[in-house]
Write a protein that binds this ligand. Structure first.
Ligand code: NAD
Length: 483
């Protein structure tokens, strides 16, 4: 069994209490290793280390930071095999599918952030000939970074890359389920001698104690959070007394509207991929399908064929498309939604039962699941399920479908599928979402700003140049030219 430590102030440390907890292989149920169970005292220590490193890291020029970030990007690629393996066993994403987002994507975040670190330019305001007014970008300070268990490596790396590029130092906490994955990241950072000790500190412990305390800590200036909207609210409350800057990426329930003239094969391929990738445990996965009545049967037939083709099994097997759900707790949540869909009168067309038998009994496997005859009062229609569950509705009236599709407290993404692109774009103006797509579903890349509106996000964008700017604040400089 692996016994790992936390990384604080550039050193490998146990929790001050000496307590630990273990993580499990999500497929076999076997214990993988133990990590320290951090508490408030460990947060204090990590915040102190990040504060001590802040003057050193923030004083580096953009070019100096850039060179160090590029090195981290290269180191991530070198450790690609371990990263995808940890991800598969602790989280359940098939190893061969994890390589793209978790190795190339995570490494790309650092190389892209390295480029942006050189480009944190300000502006000049020509207001008065006898005065100079300049606006500069400075780091947001010491950050608490709190990340979720889905795509754990990519999501934690992204926040660290963006905040380091901006000149911030940080304390990072990932969910307990992925503790070994986060320690793997610490091991990679520890190889980079040029990164000042304490610039990034990685702690392992529960969100409700450690995470809340980080969000409320007076030594923290900015909180970068990705997770559920419910936890986002708790973090906002915890951060309120000290009025911290917040950068939050939250949940989604993303509508996809299929028009009669859509390329159905493409729509099924793209939406089916996003629905079942990572077992549907993705903020951007399609949450509600609205299919025009004239193509409803044809779309469903193709969609079911796609869903039945998905192979569910051990995420270390290269032929597998979907692994298990991440935990018993999350499995119960998803099954609860499936049961509620059945009880509320939706038709279960496919899946909906836990898989059992050899290879399945020790993990929580749910196959692709498809509901039809869904109505807007049902929980599977209103709530984010975060599982491999597709929710289908038929539409006939354009005004009505737009009213339904825009009527949700979330605002992460939306898509319209039609060959009439001008019309789709015109309708798309009605969506208050972070990403609107036509014949496409989302765009997540190191160079692309990603984020949500309404209850799907606060504070802007993650990724791209915009994502680095989120970890900066602006300062005005004024100079009088008179003697
Ligand atoms: P979660 O909100 O339960 O947990 C996220 C993190 O917050 C974890 O590290 C957890 O330990 C910590 N945490 C829990 N309670 C806390 C508290 N009271 N104070 C501080 N920290 C606390 O989310 P999850 O279940 O890990 O992830 C799934 C959610 O994340 C989904 O809603 C999904 O849509 C969202 N998500 C959003 C994006 C995006 O970019 N918008 C990306 C990935 C996931």
């Amino acid at each position: 069994m692996l016994e790992k430590k936390m990384w604080i102030g550039g050193e490998w440390v146990d929790a001050i209490s000496g307590q630990t907890f273990t993580t499990k292989d999500v497929t076999t149920g076997e214990t993988l290793g133990s990590v320290p169970l951090a508490d408030k005292a460990d947060v204090d220590k990590a915040v102190a280390a990040a504060r001590a490193a802040y003057p050193i890291w923030s004083a580096k020029t953009g070019n100096q930071r850039s060179e160090i970030l590029a090195k981290i990007g290269d180191a991530i690629k070198k450790h690609g095999d371990d990263i995808t393996r940890y991800n598969a066993i602790e989280h359940g994403l098939p190893k061969h599918l994890a390589f793209g987002p978790d190795v190339m994507g995570a490494s790309g975040n650092f190389t892209q952030a390295a480029a942006y670190a050189r480009h944190l330019v300000g502006s000049y305001i020509p207001s008065n000939p006898d005065r100079m007014y300049m606006l500069e970008r400075i780091p947001a300070g010491v950050c608490a970074l709190i990340t979720p268990w889905n795509l754990p490596f990519f999501l934690m790396v992204q926040k660290v890359a963006l905040s380091l590029a901006a000149g911030c130092t940080s304390v990072l906490k990932v969910p307990s389920i992925n503790a070994l994955t986060s320690i793997k990241f610490a091991e990679i950072l520890a190889e980079i001698e040029e990164l000042p000790k304490g610039a990034v500190n990685i702690i392992t412990g529960p969100g409700t104690t450690v995470g809340t305390y980080m969000a409320s800590h007076p030594g923290i200036d900015c909180v970068g959070f990705t997770g559920s909207s419910e936890t986002g609210i708790e973090i906002m409350k915890a951060a309120a007394p000290t009025l911290k800057k917040l950068v939050m990426e939250l949940g989604g329930k993303n509508p996809a509207i299929i028009f009669p003239d859509a390329n159905l094969d493409r729509a099924v391929d793209v939406l089916g991929h996003h629905q079942f990738f990572n077992c549907g445990q993705a903020c951007g996965s399609p949450g509600r399908y609205y299919i025009h009545e004239s193509v409803y049967d044809e779309f469903l037939e193709k969609y079911l064929a796609y869903a039945k083709h998905e192979k569910v099994g051990n995420p270390l097997d290269p032929d597998i498309d979907m692994g298990p759900l991440v935990s018993e707790e999350h499995f119960n949540k998803v099954m609860g939604y499936i049961e509620s869909g059945k009880a509320e009168g939706a038709t279960l067309l496919l899946g909906g039962e836990r898989l059992t038998g050899p290879g399945y009994d020790n993990g929580y496997f749910i196959p692709p699941t498809v509901f039809t005859d869904v109505t807007p009062n049902m929980k599977i229609y209103t709530d984010e399920i975060f599982g491999p569950v597709a929710v289908m509705m038929k539409w006939s009236d354009e005004d009505e479908v737009m009213r339904l599709a825009t009527d949700n407290s979330y605002g992460l993404t939306a898509s319209i599928w039609s060959k009439n692109i001008a019309h789709a774009l015109k309708l798309g103006k009605q969506f208050t979402v972070g990403t609107f797509s036509v014949n496409q579903h989302n765009f997540i890349a190191a160079e692309a700003p990603w984020g949500g509106l309404k209850q799907s996000g606060v504070g802007g964008r993650e990724g791209g140049y915009q994502g680095v700017l989120e970890f900066t604040v602006q300062r005005m400089i004024t100079i009088c030219l008179d003697e």
